[in-house]
Ligand binder design. Structure first.
Ligand code: RIB
Ligand code: CA
Length: 311
């Protein structure tokens, strides 16, 4: 099977880091570039974290620092979830490379326009870089196969009752992406809050042995602390769903829907609003994931970590 060329764009972030571990361990995927976004922490911190993750996983691809703030909103971060560094917990290697001397949208555009085949974007943070790319280089749309993103929610939010964090940080960017016409797979909270890893899964990963297994298990333990305090029975590995769907779509259920992004509203800003009954008479713009085989998802992550042991 030909590899799927992908561009990773995220705000690591523990679940971004685990998603990138899955991507880097999967021979079906070809990571063409990595870009950082401002979200879980400042762009400086997420860029440093991205480079350290790439060093740990030996991801050989160009990396660019992303937009320093959302298109219109002030910077919003999530230290309560990911810690002061944005990736608290285990020690990581220092960066093995520096960001290239291009903005994230420019590196994305160059990567897309020089690729012989259409590429898939995998954003797992706020969509600022992707929106900037689409606004500055609309010609890339024809060269993007799909955007498999973590973000949004149909039933309820996590940062406000209406909005999921990635969309809320930059609703204008999300609006640009969802109205772009590029095919989207939306891994929103409806599916990602079912994508739980339990402490027994953390132990399976740690038992694999080796440095990557140890770091991933430590990331899981740290990430679970916040969620346990919120009453979750496990850690929801939100971002890894956007990668896992590319690898094993049969593990997921979903439906094609038209989804609108609310950019105004005192209570609703950042909401991703579906139109299941076609009231707005608009063709679906997203394949919205709604369910998954959790045990198989957990196995996928254990198998990915084990591949590093073999490497
Ligand atoms: O709401 C969950 C999302 O916000 C995840 O991508 C997590 O990393 C944070 O960015
Ligand atoms: Ca993220």
């Amino acid at each position: 099977m030909p590899k799927i060329p992908i561009l990773l764009d995220g705000d690591p972030g523990h679940d971004d880091a685990i998603a990138w571990t899955l991507a880097a361990a999967s021979p079906e995927l070809d990571i063409r570039c990595v870009t950082s976004s401002s979200g879980n922490q400042s762009i400086e911190k997420t860029t440093y974290n991205a480079l350290r993750i790439m060093a740990l996983l030996n991801i050989r691809a160009p990396m660019a620092k992303g937009c320093p703030r959302p298109l219109l909103s002030p910077v919003m971060t999530a230290p309560s979830v990911h810690g002061k560094s944005g990736l608290d917990g285990p020690a990581l290697p220092e960066p093995a490379q520096a960001p290239v001397d291009l903005s994230a949208p420019e590196l994305m555009a160059r990567t897309i326009l020089t690729s012989p085949e259409p590429v898939t974007l995998v954003p797992t943070g706020p969509l600022t870089n992707v929106a900037a790319l689409l606004l500055a280089h609309p010609e890339v749309k024809a060269r993007i196969a799909r955007i498999s993103l973590m973000g949004g929610c149909i039933a309820h939010g996590n940062w406000t009752p209406a909005a999921e964090f990635n969309i809320l940080v930059d609703p204008e960017a999300a609006d640009v992406v969802f109205r772009s016409g590029v095919p989207i797979t939306m891994a929103g909270l409806d599916v990602t809050e079912q994508a739980l890893l339990y402490p027994a899964d953390f132990a399976r990963i740690r038992a694999v042995g080796g440095p990557v297994a140890s770091v991933v298990a430590d990331w899981l333990e740290f990430f679970y602390q916040f969620h346990r305090s919120m009453g979750y029975p496990g850690a929801p590995i939100h971002d890894a769903v956007a990668v896992a769907w590319l690898l094993r779509p049969e593990l997921f259920t979903g439906r094609d829907l038209y989804v609108a992004v609310e950019t105004a509203g005192r209570y609703g800003r950042g909401a991703t609003i579906p139109d299941p009954h076609g009231v707005w008479d608009k063709a679906p713009n997203a394949h919205v994931l709604t369910g998954l085989d959790r045990a198989a998802f957990a196995d996928l992550l254990v198998e990915a970590v084990a591949r590093y042991k073999e490497a």
